[in-house]
Design a protein around this ligand. Structure first.
Ligand code: FES
Length: 112
């Protein structure tokens, strides 16, 4: 894979998601059409992977499978209870079919 690539766009079905690891941090990559979003793959309410939840392409949210809080893909904010705290979002782009995450704290990151 190219430097900074965490997966290929073709690894994720439109409207689907995929978990990748950045160092020891789980990140969920969500694909809507040819756009990608990246969030910390852990619900802010409990230790549950958001990548197990359902993506809503119209609302641009991913729903926690445990209690149903929906997190906005662009901001990480929950728009439904019981979660009240946002999850971290990362800047993700597609470059030549590769999904790349730009970590503002540490520069471009590569999955391990
Ligand atoms: S664990 Fe995600 S909403 Fe409760």
């Amino acid at each position: 894979m190219a430097a900074g690539t965490v997966c290929e766009l073709s690894d994720i079905a439109p409207g689907g998601s995929k978990r990748v690891m950045l160092d020891s941090t789980p990140v969920v990559i969500v694909r809507i059409d040819d756009a990608v979003y990246a969030l910390h793959d852990k619900c802010s309410h409990a230790d549950v992977a958001l990548s197990d939840g359902e993506v809503d392409c119209d609302l641009k949210t991913i729903e926690c499978i445990r209690h149903g809080s929906r997190f906005e893909l662009e901001t990480g904010r929950p728009d439904t209870l019981p979660a009240t705290q946002p999850v971290r979002v990362y800047t993700a782009t597609v470059i030549d079919g590769h999904v790349v995450i730009h970590d503002s704290e540490n520069g471009t990151k590569e999955a391990r």
